[in-house]
Design a protein around this ligand. Structure first.
Ligand SMILES: O=C(O)CCC(=O)C(=O)O
Ligand SMILES: [Fe+2]
Length: 490
């Protein structure tokens, strides 16, 4: 019987000769729920009263069990065996109490239980029909190609060889772009591969989400995992761990890399060691990446790809703009909810996002560097195993935005060491001694913005002087948000 599905997003699991990209069969044979409609038997009938509960709730309840109990309940019937093989259950157990030393064994379950692949039983659960179990497997195997190709011309992120600081400040500080030249000069571009890093730094521990793993263990993970959302190495202390020198090659002859000239000005440097986290080494397998977010503290960023291309999809933000499709933001913008994994977002929202005004997309290839302007939403997915370095900075054009963020969104400020209190005041003090003129300009601009906002609010509430009765009553509907522009103050 062919596989059918109730969910339009799930491709049918078909043979390659049928001309559709094949998703391999689930290792236990579990099929999407829709197949139950025509099935003659269903393993779920063996779970007794649990049948009253949806699969998602069963998995949620299983999250409260420890490893021994999961194994126990998994022995009661094939259906529960399949449920207890859900990788997220074992990942959570592993991450909540990581052992000091372990061997990565291809899955979180096998790693937690220290089971060699030969000891994992092949149980046939082909009469179990469950979207909750099939979905993560499906998402772990989707082909990225349809999403990262055929980028509409209007969406394409511009690509340039290089930019001078003046060109950047005058024309490009608010726009995403890719530079193809500067990174090709970096020693880390010439020398780093996953292999060379493993041989040089294998025992060194790096941060990967909630765990610190020896790089060689992370290398084993990269080479052999089937996660829907692969663990992503994102380490902010790599420069010291790896003993790197960073700086312009004229001043630092043994420099491993240096920011391109157009990104060199960075006003957070006035805080020297008290600046917030600003540089990361990023390593991940194919399909790893970053869900939609804006970078911290209203900073801009560059992201240099050393190995493995990255697909970027980006949107501008602003008071009059909605967040990207599939992303939800609280009223004060302090909480961003992006509930879907990258794969599920691609399946569900990519087509709509591509049609949405403001969308920019591009592939940053090996040896290229991409600019993320302050305040832009971005989602990134690695098309192949990837190594990148990213750095956040405050350019001249976004000094006001950074001051605004530090002073008016103090509760959302992040990345500072615990002992750095009142980052806003520290930043103002630092700017006052290093760049008093620029600080004054930015503060004046901020002041104007605040007054403009107040005026706009007063206009809306009380009507503009000279407004007719009719305009006054209708004012609210076109006061905010309808003109598609991002300019807060006329
Ligand atoms: O390379 C990536 O996954 C993107 C990283 C990123 O967005 C960030 O560092 O803010
Ligand atoms: Fe980012």
């Amino acid at each position: 019987m062919p596989d059918i599905t109730t969910l339009p997003n799930y491709p049918l699991a078909q043979d390659e000769d049928q001309g559709v990209e094949a998703i391999p069969s689930h290792p236990l044979g579990v099929k999407p729920s829709g197949n139950a409609l025509l099935a003659t038997s269903n393993l779920r009938s063996a779970i007794g009263t649990w049948q009253l509960l949806p699969d998602e709730l069963i998995l949620l309840i299983f999250e409260y069990l420890n490893g021994r109990d999961l194994l126990g309940i998994g022995r009661t019937c094939k259906a529960f065996y399949a449920f207890t093989r859900a990788e997220d259950l074992w990942k959570t157990l592993f991450v909540s109490s990581p052992p000091d030393s372990f061997t990565w064994r291809g899955t979180w379950r096998s790693t937690y239980l220290n089971l060699p692949a030969t000891k994992v039983p092949q149980v046939d659960c082909s009469n179990l029909y469950s979207d909750a179990l099939y979905r993560p497997f499906n998402c772990a195997h989707i082909k990225l190609e349809p999403y990262v190709s055929n980028i509409p011309k209007r969406n394409q992120i511009p690509r340039l060889p290089d930019l001078s600081p003046e060109e950047f400040h005058e024309k490009w500080a608010d726009r995403p772009f890719i530079l193809s030249d500067p990174v090709k000069e970096w020693p880390v571009y010439k020398n780093w591969t996953v292999g060379t890093l493993l041989s040089k730094y294998g025992p060194e521990k790096f941060r990967a989400e909630a765990v610190d793993w020896a790089l060689r263990t992370y290398g084993d993970y990269m080479a052999d995992n089937a996660d829907e959302s692969p663990l992503y190495l994102f380490d902010r202390n790599f420069v010291s761990k790896m003993g790197l020198a960073v700086g312009s090659p004229t001043e630092t002859p043994d420099a491993a890399y240096w920011p391109p000239a157009c990104f060199a000005e960075d006003f957070f440097s006035v805080l020297s060691d008290n600046r917030p986290d600003h540089q990361w080494l990023i390593v991940g397998p194919e399909r790893s990446g970053s869900k939609f977010h804006k970078d911290p503290n209203a900073t801009s960023a560059w992201n240099a790809v050393l190995r493995g291309p990255k697909y970027w999809i980006m949107f501008p933000s602003g008071e009059t703009r909605d967040p990207p499709p599939g992303v939800f933001v609280s009223d004060d913008q302090s909480e961003v909810t992006s509930p879907l994994s990258i794969a599920e977002w691609l399946l569900t929202f990519h087509a709509e996002a591509r049609r949405t005004a403001g969308c920019m997309e591009g592939i940053c290839e090996e040896g290229e560097i991409l600019h993320v302007p302050s305040g832009w939403w971005h989602l990134v997915v690695n098309i192949e195993p990837s190594i990148a370095i990213t750095q956040n900075f405050i350019p001249r054009a976004h000094l006001t935005a950074a001051l605004d963020f530090l002073s008016n969104k103090a509760d959302q400020v992040s990345g500072f060491k615990k002992n750095v209190n009142d980052p806003y005041q520290r930043f103002v003090d630092g700017m006052q001694s290093a760049h008093p003129e620029l600080l004054k300009e930015a503060q004046e601009e901020l002041q104007k913005k605040a007054e403009g906002k107040k005026r706009k609010w007063d206009d809306i509430v009380h009507g503009k002087p000279g407004d007719s009765e009719e305009q006054e009553t209708g004012g609210f509907s076109f006061g905010f948000g309808d003109d598609g522009s991002d300019v807060e103050v006329p």
